[in-house]
Design a binder for this molecule. Sequence first.
Ligand code: F0G
Length: 458
Amino acid sequence: MKIPFAESFKIKMVEPIRSSTRQEREEWMKEARYNVFLLNADQVFIDLLTDSGTGAMSDRQWAAIMAGDESYAGARSFYLFKDAVTQITGFEYVLPTHQGRAAENVLFSYLVKAGDIIPGNSHFDTTKGHIESRRAEALDCTIDEAKDTQLEHPFKGNVDIVKLEQALKKYAYRIPFIIVTVTNNTAGGQPVSMENLRDVRRLADRYQKPVLIDGARFAENAYFIKVREKAYAERTIKEITREMFSLADGMTMSAKKDAIVNIGGFIATRSKDWYEGARTYCIQFEGYLTYGGMAGRDMAALAVGLDENTELDNLVTRIKQVEYLGKKLDEYGVPYQRPAGGHAIFVDAPKILTHVPKEEFPAQTLTIELFLEAGIRGCEIGYLLADRDPLTRENRFGGLDLLRLAIPRRVYTNNHMDVVAAALRNVYDRREQISRGVRITKEAELMRHFTVELERLE
Ligand code: F0G
């Protein structure tokens, strides 16, 4: 008999979670104005809101926490952290920050000016925010295949090289750098191939532009390169990540994802110029150069997390779980961005709630239905999150409207995934009866999905 696959860890500490009744959930959802960000986490049974900062640290990481050095300047923990980053990425210069968007803020304060254009694959919301708030433009050059959720493509996160070259030709001097986000979160946690990274580098060299990697999920990306790109089948994850970063000039990192810590981030680069330019902003916004908004113990846990999560066992366990949920949904016929991504399943809401008009936010409606069904919290990555067009103030209905089920690392078992799949199936089975969605009663001008208040339409 073939020995089945199993997790590469055992569990030493547990945290109770509580299921609830439908009636309780109806009340809580109403009190939360049909916005899952406004729920109290204790009201949630299985929390798939995000995989960011929600992972379970290992015994080695907790041990490192106890040995953290809290000196203001020159802490031992900083050097452990810096050496781990350099070891894994090859980048010599490292600036700590308290999370990913802080790394963007520090680096972009130096690199981005009004009128600039920054092309790449899909920019994450905060990346886009830090570009747009500087009156510059984030230009999405992701391959068109990413827009069709039912199309199978091994590297749906790729940059479209033709679109990128057109941008480089057209905007030439307005482009300070190219950014590649690995994995491409916005397109569904979809990976970028090594071949594509190499093509981006070649083009960047031709137009003399630097390349920045948003590395939040770089290790998951390396896993996909190993299993989907022939030349890398026999290479270790650490060899692959070194090669990925050798094709860039620097990176911003949210360590809350692939370094499996609850808080932390950094900038790493081979450019002395970027380092020296960004350094002052680090001190101004984050903290002194050897802690940048993190405690010594955070940096110590980060160093261990980076090392652990660039080992194959850990990544196989992780990505097999996402795949497992995907396979269950295949069994039930629930459509999602194919193939399953690295950190999440992105359910294609308009393909399910075909009677809910886009003006009534199908993905948000599905998010609410899933919570009411079984206390599972997902997150809308769709029309609400897309905000309004800054000029016309119209809703932006141009992109995909997805319900993201982001799976925290090392937190839930496959039994939890069975519950998620069954609950989604129940909603799917009664999809024909769901004909109305939600209406906005209160919204902020930017990043409205965090605070939006909604009303359910009957
Ligand atoms: N880049 C990517 C690709 C991200 O997914 C995120 C965060 C960031 C940058 C910003 O990092 O949160 O540490 O400031 N993504 C989270 C998510 C919030 O739920 O996808 P941060």
